[in-house]
Design a protein around this ligand. Structure first.
Ligand code: UDP
Length: 326
């Protein structure tokens, strides 16, 4: 299939592109490099450096490639920033998303896989979370992802654009070539690995007074390759219908302290911790039921073991000490 990947120079986007290219799809990476990295653009994919709001460039890319499907991952995704700067998140996650849908409609591109998030659920009423559970985001990031999800059935009704919204839980891990590098880094596993590598003094645990087994937040970590495979499977439903799928490994999840202990075991390094205040907007417990995508698409995570996820991220960090700059 001829696929255009927005945000394809980002962390998850680069791995999705890698998997698409490996499967023989023709891929255009469409990325402004405002947060993505030139070095993360996968060999074998074409690259267009442009913004989603550049409607003319986007339409040209669709027409030149004869695009058949879009995987939309370009977004802002920092929870804390989204709360202090809602305008940026509505602009980049909603308005730019609508510009993409309008360009797809104009160019008769009618398949969309959308990168959504567990943050659409907010503070869930029960665990594990199912797709039919209430969505009550507690931050602007989750709200803007949900706003875009809500636009999709209307675009399907009016213009026949079918969509699969994938609600990611905690993406982690790396492939040989593609890994996680944000500036500033806010995600738990890369932060712990930076401490293991001596690049920061200690890991701050954001609260240890949650009602969980050790007082720290429980999350559902999923390897980025397992996420990427789900995008490719999701493309296959779009000839017939649309869907929303959770993507996580399920089970009991892992507490922050368990992730730190696993990283100590994997790296063999000392990792200092200090306990700080809770981070506003952090739910205590976020674990997915991925039963729907397992049933519908026969998807199942290959990296269920947290140690393997951490190990892959550790290897990537060691082979890319300066990230994509090196
Ligand atoms: N966390 C932490 N210290 C950090 C970064 C994250 O204690 O320096 C915690 C955070 O409160 C959350 C979990 O680790 O409970 C995962 O956070 P992350 O930002 O990686 O992902 P999120 O769950 O927010 O999408």
């Amino acid at each position: 299939m001829r696929v255009l990947v927005t945000g394809g120079a980002g962390y998850i986007g680069s791995v999705v592109t890698e998997e698409l290219v490996r499967d023989g799809h023709e891929v255009v990476v469409y990325d402004s490099l405002y947060k993505g990295h030139r070095g993360a653009v996968v060999a074998g994919a074409e690259f267009v450096e442009a913004d989603l709001m550049d409607g003319e460039r986007l339409r040209r890319a669709f027409r030149e490639q004869r695009t058949e499907a879009v995987i939309h991952m370009a977004a802002d995704s920092l929870v804390g920033e989204s709360v202090t700067n809602p305008s940026k998140y509505y602009r980049n996650n909603v308005i730019a998303g609508l510009a993409l849908l309008d360009a797809m409609h104009d160019c008769e591109v009618r398949r969309l896989v959308f990168s959504s998030t567990a943050a659409t659920y907010g503070e869930p009423e029960k665990q594990p979370i199912e797709e039919s559970d209430p969505t009550n985001p507690t931050n602007t990031y989750g709200q803007t992802k949900l706003a875009f999800e809500h636009a999709l059935p209307w675009y399907e009704r009016a213009h026949g654009i079918r969509h699969a919204s994938l609600r990611y839980f905690n993406a982690a891990g790396a492939t040989r070539h593609c890994g996680e590098m944000h500036d500033p880094e806010t995600h738990l596993i890369p932060i712990i690995l930076q401490a293991a590598a001596g690049k920061r003094d200690a890991v701050e645990i954001y609260g240890e007074d949650y009602p969980t087994r050790d007082g720290t937040c429980v999350r559902d970590y999923i390897h980025v390759v397992d996420l990427a495979r789900a995008h490719i499977l999701a493309l296959s439903i779009l000839d017939t219908h649309s869907a929303v799928y959770n993507l996580g490994c399920g089970g009991d999840g892992y507490t922050v302290k368990e992730v730190i202990d696993a990283t100590r075991a994997v790296t063999g390094r000392e990792i200092k911790v200090k306990v700080g205040a809770r981070r506003p907007g952090d739910p205590a417990f976020l674990v997915a039921s991925s039963a729907r995508i397992k049933h519908d698409l026969n998807w199942s995570p290959q990296f269920q073991d947290l140690n393997l996820i951490i190990e892959s991220a550790w290897h990537w960090m060691q082979s890319h000490p300066d990230g994509y700059a090196g």
